[in-house]
Design a binder for this molecule. Structure first.
Ligand code: ADP
Ligand code: MG
Length: 487
């Protein structure tokens, strides 16, 4: 069955809906700071007025495959460590400014022995639904600073409120969507639960509300409310407190005593270092010596890192490309059931390296002959770094051929488009959009022994952008927070 159309409202009704949406968002924290903000003034986050359709089978497959993905990345780190490290070494040479520095810190952090083998992953696997097959296809697997778990829960609550109070119905008297068509992501609570799992295992598998979580954040973060929602869930649901610090201020705020981290002013012990920063070179630029030293200082400590350097680096695009190989997956997950293997494999599109293998030669050919089908990606996170379609040939011609190895060539996914309405500032845009489904997962594991203490699903995020835009960053101004209408 095709999805039902978007609600059809009169102009007056849409104006009511808009105000209703804005005031709910402001009352409940579905907000973001505007550019150049003052700390006391927020904006409604860019959101869609209506949920966007996604086939039930696609949605279920994406949620089902998440714990398998969690395990794949963890086993890569713990069971194929030597292989991973060889690859990261090569990446470090191509990208000495960033991957290289992270790798250097990894090596320094283990030089005098590892104080904390436990490690926490809060991951998000991003997909688009391929329009012809309806299969989910992975865009990327994020292993550091995954965002929007907080706001995703909020938009689910908002749209459920609007639906239940009749605001999506032009007679104001019935629910436009059935309850099971319009679910709310539990990501805010689930990510908080992941951090609470870290706190619990730090304390020898004992509940403890004396130890705290350190949120490492960017200065002047516009998306801080998304983080605060997780922080408050952690406090309300687990009684665990948090402290926020920028990389620049770590040295001033945190101290190390016999390997353990403490907040200087209160002597609260830190159980988990949770990064919502540190994933791109820009996060270290203000004062490279200070910020990189801070990263090393935290990495060497006894606190559980979320993520560890190795976990962060395993989320690079190069690793994603290597993991599309069936025999490599079988090496990493030797006991995988055939059904699960097929399920994983069905989420991949073609990703090619630029090296001297057959695949590499193919990449060099396709990038020039059929660039309109591809996106070229460097080893970077956070949006705005990719090269699309016809820009690829001239980009490759411009850089030194020996640097091509730092990039991967990925087939473009063609998702279905929908005419939803995007609310940005006070304006409603009625345009075709494409959506990206992100599925969150948390995993607590021993980076030395490979033992997995917990491996869980943690809700989802739907992000949408105008069809005409290549990138989908919400804070960057390209996209908006959406929710699923499952049909
Ligand atoms: P980043 O690490 O910067 O987030 P991504 O790999 O997620 O990089 O790419 C950024 C955006 O580009 C995605 O959110 C998506 O909108 C678009 N994109 C990336 N890869 C593809 C692809 N294979 N097909 C279609 N769109 C893509
Ligand atoms: Mg991305």
């Amino acid at each position: 069955m095709p999805p039902k159309p978007f609600p059809q409202l009169s102009e007056d009704q849409e104006n009511d809906l808009k105000l209703n949406t804005q005031q709910w968002a402001l009352s409940n924290g579905l907000v973001m700071y505007p550019p150049n903000f003052e700390p006391y003034q927020v904006n409604v986050a860019p959101i869609t007025l209506f949920p966007t359709p996604i086939p039930r089978s696609s949605f279920e497959q994406a949620t089902k495959v998440q714990t398998l993905y969690n395990e794949l990345y963890i086993n890569l780190i713990t069971k194929r460590k030597e292989w991973l490290i060889e690859i990261l070494k090569r990446l470090a040479e191509f990208d000495s400014d960033f991957s290289g520095k992270l790798f250097d810190i990894y090596q320094k952090s283990i030089a005098e022995g590892v104080l904390q083998p436990l490690s926490l992953g809060i991951f998000r696997s991003d997909y688009m639904v391929d329009s012809s097959t309806r299969q989910i296809k992975q865009i990327e697997f994020n292993t550091v600073s995954v965002s929007f778990g907080g706001l995703s829960t909020k938009i689910g609550q908002l749209q459920t409120f609007l639906n239940t109070t009749g605001a999506y119905d032009n007679k104001y008297n019935f629910k436009y969507y059935d309850n099971d068509e319009l679910p709310t992501s539990t990501s805010a609570s689930d990510i908080a639960q992941g951090l609470a799992d870290g706190n619990y295992h730090y304390n020898g598998a004992v509940e403890n509300t004396d130890t705290i979580i350190l949120f490492v954040i960017q200065p002047n973060e516009r998306n801080c409310f998304d983080q605060r929602i997780v922080e408050y869930a952690l406090f309300h649901e687990h009684g665990i407190r948090s402290v926020r610090v920028t990389l620049e201020d770590v040295n001033e705020v945190v101290t190390n005593n016999s390997g353990k981290l403490y907040v200087k002013s209160t002597m609260d012990e830190i159980s988990v270092v949770y990064y919502r920063s540190g994933y791109g070179p820009g996060d270290y630029d203000s004062d490279p010596e200070k910020t990189w030293n801070a990263r090393l200082f935290l990495e060497k400590s006894q606190a559980i890192k979320c993520p560890s350097i190795l976990t962060q680096l395993s989320g690079s695009k190069k690793i994603q490309q290597l993991l599309t190989n069936e025999s490599i997956i079988k090496q990493i997950l030797p006991d995988i059931a055939d059904k699960d293997l097929q399920s994983l494999l069905s989420t991949f599109v073609r990703i090619l390296p630029f090296d001297d293998t057959e695949q590499g030669k193919e990449a060099a050919k396709l990038a020039f002959q059929e660039p309109e089908k591809f996106v070229l990606k460097p080893q970077r996170e956070g949006g705005g770094n990719n090269i699309y379609k016809l820009d690829i040939p001239q980009f490759l011609n411009k850089i030194d051929k020996k640097d091509w190895g730092a990039y991967i060539l990925m087939e473009l996914i063609t998702p279905e488009t929908f005419e939803n309405k995007i609310l940005r500032n006070n304006q409603v845009f009625h345009e075709r959009i494409v959506s990206e489904l992100g599925v969150f997962g948390t995993i607590l594991f021993d980076e030395q022994s490979g033992a997995i203490k917990s491996n869980k699903n943690a809700g989802w995020l739907l992000r949408s952008k105008f069809e005409t835009s290549d990138e989908g960053g919400v804070a960057a101004g390209f996209g908006c927070v959406d929710n699923v209408y499952i049909y």
